[in-house]
Structures are given as C-alpha cells and as structure tokens.
Write a protein that binds this ligand. Structure first.
Ligand code: FAD
Ligand code: MLT
Ligand code: ZN
Length: 458
C-alpha cells in the first residue's frame, strides 16, 4: 500500500479541495486498474482538479516535490498508460467536462479534456454536425485521452485519426506553465506544431486541458453491410473496389469466424448468416441521400459469398454490434494480450495468415482472436490463455509486424505495454529525437514515467 505524505496531501487539497484528493484505497481502486485488467498499480493519491488553473496548481505542487504523475481520462486505454505503476499521483481530468457552444460558422467546438466522446457527439448533433472520430468506448473515453493517444477508431479512412481533428490545444507543462493555442484558426504557420506534437504524446509531454476540434457534416442516410468472404485477400479486393467507386464509404472493418462465435456466445446476438464463413467485411456508407444503390451497384460481381444489409437504425446497430462487441467479448473470456498493429495493405493478408502461425509456435496454449480496421491496414491481434506477465507471444507478433514493414502500434499507442519494443519499428536517430523532446519539456521525468520512452534497447 502506498501512503501519501501528509504535506503532499494538504498541498494538493489546498489546490483542489480536500474532497477531490482521494487517498482511501476503496476510492482509489477504480483508477488503479486498466480496462483489460492486465495492468494495475498503486496510486499515491488520486487528484481530481476542476479546471485548467487547478491542473496547473497540481502540477506545480508535484513539480516542487518531484512527485511523478499519471494523467487519466476515461481509463479505457489499452496499453497500460493510464494507470499508476509505482506510487505516482493519478491526475484525473474527468471534471474538466465543459463543452462550449458549437461555432457554427467555423464548424468547430472547444471541449474540456474530460468531455466524453458520446457527450461531444450529442452536443455536435444538436447543431447538425458530427465528429470525425468514433469508437466503441465512446461513453467513457474522453477527448483529452483521445488526443493524448491520437485515437483512431472506425472512421479513419474518411476523416483521419484524432490528430487530424485538432485545430488547437491548451495543455499544462510539467512545471505548471500553460501552453494555449485555441484561437480556432484554420491556417496558422507560427513555428512548431505543438498541438500535433501533443497528439499521440500519451501524457508524457503535457496534460491536455482543452481542445479546439473541427466538426464534420452530419450524414443521416446510411447503409451498413456485413459481407461474408473467403479470406482476408478477398476482403481487401472488395474494399479496394468500394473505395474506388463509392465516395460515401465511411468504414471498412474486418472480423473472423472465431471472433463472431465469441461475440454471439457473449452477447446472444443473432448470427448474420445461416452458416459460418472464414472472414467478414463490415462496410458503412453515409451521405445526405440514401447511398444503398451505390453500394449495391459497386458490389455487383464482387467476390462476396453472402451479404446482410441494413439501412434502418436498429438493423445497422445490430450489424455494428457484431464488430464492436469483440473487445468486451474477448475481455469476458480472459485477460487478453492486445497487440494493435498495422502493416501496408499489400501485406495485411500475409500478416493475418502468419500471425496465427507465429503465435501457435510461441505458445501452444494461446488462443488468437483477430479483428480490426481493414481499410487502415490495422489488425487487432488479441491473444488469450497466456499469462498476463509473459511477453513471449507479444515479442513474436511484434517482430513479425516489423519484418512486414509495419508499426507496433496503429492507434492505441505504446504505453507501458510496448515501451520495451519501440526499437523494433523506430530507429536510434528517431528515438533520440523523441527523447530530446521529452527531456526539453519534462526534464525530471514527472509526466507518465514508464510510458513510451521508458526502456532503451540496443
Ligand atoms: P485514458 O485511458 O484515461 O488514458 C490514455 C492515455 O492518455 C494514458 O497514457 C493517459 O496518461 C493519457 N491521458 C489521458 N488523458 C490525458 C490528458 N487530458 N492529457 C494528457 N494525457 C492524457 N482506441 C482507438 O484508437 N480506436 C478504437 O477503435 C478504440 N476502441 C476501443 C473500444 C473499447 C471497448 C475500449 C475499451 C477501448 C477502445 N480504444 C480504442 C482505446 C481507448 O478508448 C482510447 O485509447 C482512448 O483514446 C482513451 O481515452 P481515455 O479518456 O479513456 O484515456
Ligand atoms: C476496436 O477497434 O474495437 C478497438 O481498438 C478496441 C480493441 O482493440 O479491442
Ligand atoms: Zn481499433
């Protein structure tokens, strides 16, 4: 049990109020274990500031005492970066939940770091807008956490990932200084792009407190199709055809027979087809006018074995649930090793085939469940039935990805889970530049130690 020094607790309480400094083990518990249950550690205390000034105050106190901090939003991150390792202060941004009015002229919005994705989506919808990033953790994931991880999700092929939505940012540095770039200017070439740098920095360079985001038009006419295909190669051929012919294509996701079985068993969902198929491609098209005819025309003569199509909201949600429920169905089956990887599209079919082989060779007990964002070349390799602390399978998969010219993280980040493997897809010069940036902004390594740049390898 980590005990907070009385001086630290009272200094933090002076900034945020005593009721927002949690040192009771029962109250801290929810902040100390991650969503997958694979990563956990003790927090010295959990601090819950209400606004940017309080975040700055907390960081000044911690800086003076040289106490490390783990920023936390919705704690839905999947790489162990959002929970303490060794008695850090957990800085929860959940109370920074202010949503400013939609700027309808600019099509932009400023949101506090603690605003959930679902709250932001609902707020934008009231003014006829949508947000370009969507993901299944929408009810809990926060805008600050999504910027910090540069979250991807299911619409990247149309709108890009989180970094592409960021117009401006406000963040607090390790010593409590505030960097603020929130004027909402579409064009602003005044030096280094600090908002872009903070996006994907995983809480290691600054604490994001507010974000200016671009919105996209709300597209009410939608069609979702789950297409049964022979294999990944066929799914890719169908996807390439749709991307070339259907301008309204918004999502192209893949899952496989083993994942569908797990989802059906866990959720009781109805199977989309009478018989099982090796692979499934889920596509969604969205436009102002019904895009169904465009999709159907583009699929004519395509290498598709069967298709389930829905245009009504309920039917679309049922089909999406088959894909989105993979994460919770896998979690219910055990504590997974989650390897979020990407390779060039031309190597994706090879990855899907070989990853099953290398996992089986690395650990005969392992059970593999694959799914992911096919259009982005991003496969989520989930491995069940291996011990949480045993990285043998992780090493085998990440080495394969490196051999195929890919990246060891597509969208979840490096966190603590992959810090030891950074060198597999980033060379020495690259890591040296990132280390220099980290040192310039956080010379005492107080912000999220152990995450991203923690381990150096030859
Ligand atoms: P946390 O989990 O709290 O934190 C994540 C990281 O960001 C940590 O390193 C933390 O220290 C840092 N951080 C948090 N807030 C701040 C802040 N304000 N300032 C600085 N650093 C901060 N991810 C995807 O990319 N695509 C998906 O499709 C996707 N789907 C998911 C589905 C499910 C069911 C679940 C459980 C997770 C999914 N994720 C996905 C992962 C996760 O939702 C994202 O990584 C999300 O961006 C994390 O947001 P959060 O607020 O929960 O952050
Ligand atoms: C997803 O695409 O569903 C997420 O990234 C979550 C996961 O990988 O489990
Ligand atoms: Zn994903």
């Amino acid at each position: 049990v980590t005990v907070a020094s009385p001086g630290l607790v009272s200094d933090l309480a002076a900034v945020v109020g005593a009721s927002h400094v949690l040192d009771d083990p029962d109250l801290k518990a929810a902040y100390e274990t991650d969503w997958t249950r694979r990563f956990s550690g003790a927090a010295r205390v959990v601090v819950r500031p209400a606004d940017t000034a309080q975040v700055a105050g907390v960081l000044r106190v911690c800086h003076a005492a040289r106490v490390p901090i783990v920023p936390q939003g919705g704690n839905t991150g999947l790489v162990g970066g959002s929970v303490p390792r060794d008695g850090e202060v957990v800085l929860s941004l959940a109370r920074l939940s202010e949503l400013e009015p939609v700027d309808e002229l600019a099509g932009e919005l400023t949101a506090g770091a603690g605003v959930t994705l679902a709250a932001l989506q609902a707020h934008a919808a009231e003014r006829g807008f949508a947000f370009g990033v969507d993901l299944a953790a929408r009810d809990s994931a926060t805008i600050g956490g999504m910027v910090a991880t540069n979250a991807g999700g299911i619409h990247v092929l149309r709108y890009g990932s989180m970094r592409a939505q960021v117009v401006g940012i406000e963040a607090v540095l390790a010593d409590g200084r505030v960097v603020r770039r929130l004027p909402g200017l579409v064009k602003d070439n005044t030096g280094y792009d600090l908002p872009a740098l903070l996006a994907g920095s995983e809480g290691t360079l600054g604490v994001v407190t507010r974000v200016r985001l671009r919105l996209v038009p709300s597209l009410p006419a939608r069609v979702v199709a789950v297409l049964a295909v022979h294999d990944t190669a066929a799914a890719l051929t169908v996807f390439a055809r749709l991307r070339a012919r259907v301008a309204s294509l918004e999502a192209a996701e893949v899952f496989y027979a083993e994942g569908l079985e797990l989802v059906v068993a866990h959720t009781g969902a109805t199977r989309p087809f009478a018989t099982a198929h090796p692979a499934y491609l889920l596509v969604e098209c969205a436009a102002h006018a019904d895009p169904t005819d465009d999709l159907v025309a583009a699929l004519e003569d395509a290498d598709v074995v069967d298709a389930a199509v829905a245009t009504d909201r309920g039917g679309r949600e049922q089909l999406w649930r088959l894909r989105e429920a993979h994460t919770e169905a896998i979690n219910a089956a055990g504590v997974p090793h989650k390897l979020d990887v990407t390779v060039p599209l031309s190597r994706l079919a090879e990855l899907e085939r070989r990853v099953r082989e290398v996992v089986a060779e690395a650990d005969a007990r392992a059970r593999v469940v694959l799914f992911g964002h096919l259009g982005d070349g991003n496969l989520h390799v989930n491995v069940l039935d291996v011990p949480a602390e045993d990285d043998t399978v992780d090493v085998a998969v990440l080495r394969l990805v490196a051999d195929l010219g890919g990246s060891i993280s597509a969208e979840h980040g490096i966190g603590t889970a992959k810090a030891a493997f950074l060198h597999l897809t980033r060379d020495d010069a690259d890591i040296a530049v990132m280390t220099a940036i980290k040192h310039a902004l956080d010379p005492h390594t107080l912000l999220n130690p152990g995450v991203l740049l923690a381990s150096r390898h030859p």
